[in-house]
Design a protein around this ligand. Sequence first.
Ligand code: ADP
Ligand code: MG
Length: 411
Amino acid sequence: MNDGTHNATMTPIYPGSVDAAGRPATLGVLGGGQLGRMFVHAAQRLGYFTAVLEPDAQSPAGLVSHHHIQTDYNDPAGLAQLARLCQAITTEFENVPAQALQMLARTRPVAPGAAGVGIAQNRIEEKAHFTACANLSGVTCAPYAVIETPAQLQAVLDDRADLLPGILKTARLGYDGKGQVRVRTAAELAAAWAEMGSVACVLEKLLPLTAECSVLVARGWDGQVVSFAAQRNVHVDGILAVTHAYEGNMPPALATRARAAAVSLAQHLDYVGVLCVEFFVVGEGEHADLIINEMAPRPHNSGHYTLDACNVSQFDLQVHTLAGLPLPEPRQHSPAIMLNLLGEVWLDASGQPREPDWASVLRLPGTHLHLYGKAQARAGRKMGHLTITGPDVASVQTVARQVAGLLGLPF
Ligand code: ADP
Ligand code: MG
C-alpha cells in the first residue's frame, strides 16, 4: 500500500553522499512541529541535510532545519521545491493532506505512504481496518457505530443502547482529546452530534480502562521490522501526561501481545516508517483484555523516552526507514519515565507567565530536558518533555515524583 514503485527496490540514500547534480543527501519532512524537529535532529546527527515544509515562520522544526519551505502543506510550488531538494520525504503529523503525499510520491520515495496515512486520518477507516485485521492481530477495537447521516444516528438511538455511556468522536482531525464528547444518554448523543455540526463521527462504548499502553514499530522498504517494548501511558484530560517505560510497567503477557499485534498491523498495511499503535487495557493482570484504540503513522509522544533510554530512538528509526538504511534492533539501556511539559508549567495560578525552576529540576540525577522552541506557552500546548533515567525503577520513580512536585505536574 505504499503508493508505489519504490518498495523493495528503494536505493539506500547514504548520509554524506552527493547526487549526480552535486547536491548533498537531503531528507524532507512535511510539517514543522516538535516531531519534525526531533526527526531533523536525528537526520542531521547522521549527516543528512534536511528540509521542512511548514507555513509557520517560527515552527519547532523549521527553526533547526537547513531548509525551511514556508508554504501551505498542499501548495504545489512548495511541494515541488521539497521534492527538488530532497531524496526522500516523510511526514510528522497525520493530518497532512493525502494528496500532498501522493504528489510527492510521483517523483520521490515517501514514507509512510498516502494509503496508511489516509487510514489513520479517519477513525471510520481505521476501525474498519482494525476489525479486518482482528484475526491476524488478535485484538479488536471497542464496540462502536458509525454516525455519518441522520438515519445512522436514528438507528443507533433505536438499537445501540449497548454503546451508552459512550464517547462520540469526530472521524477526522481529532487529537489530544479534541473532537470528542462523552455522552450518557440517547438525548445527549443526539445533542452532541448536532453540536459537532453533524459531521462524520464514531460512537464508541466507554470502557472501564485499567491502563493504556502503546507500541512503536519501525518497518523498512524491504519489510524488515523492529519494535520497542510496550510503554504504559497515563492521560489527563485526553492528553498524554506520563509514560512509564521499564520492565514490569505492565503484565508481561499483555506487553508481549500488544507488541505482536502492533507488528502484525504494520505488516498488514505494508507500512514503511515508524508506526505507533495505542491500546486500552480492561481488567487486571495477565488475563486482562487488550483493546486497540488508534494508530499514529509517525513517531509518537509516548516514544520520546527512546531518545534518552535506548540505543536507538524512534526518530533514528524514522530516518533509517526513510533512507533505506538497515534497522538496528532497539535495546533499552535504562528504565525511564517521561513527563510531558504542557503550557501550564510556564503559567502561574493566575495565568501570568513564569520561568520554571530548571535549576532545581536539572540538579536531580538522570533528568533530560527537551524543549521544542515554542515561544508562546498556552494551557494544554505541548512545550517540551522531560525524561528521567536511572539505574533502577525505584530511583527513576523517586526522581520523577520530585520533578513532578517541583513543576506541578501530575504523577
Ligand atoms: P486522541 O486522538 O485525542 O488521542 P483517543 O481516541 O486516543 O483520541 O482518546 C483520548 C483518550 O481518551 C484516550 O487515551 C483514553 O484515555 C480516553 N478514551 C478514548 N476512548 C475511550 C473509550 N472508548 N473508553 C474509555 N476511555 C477512552
Ligand atoms: Mg490517542
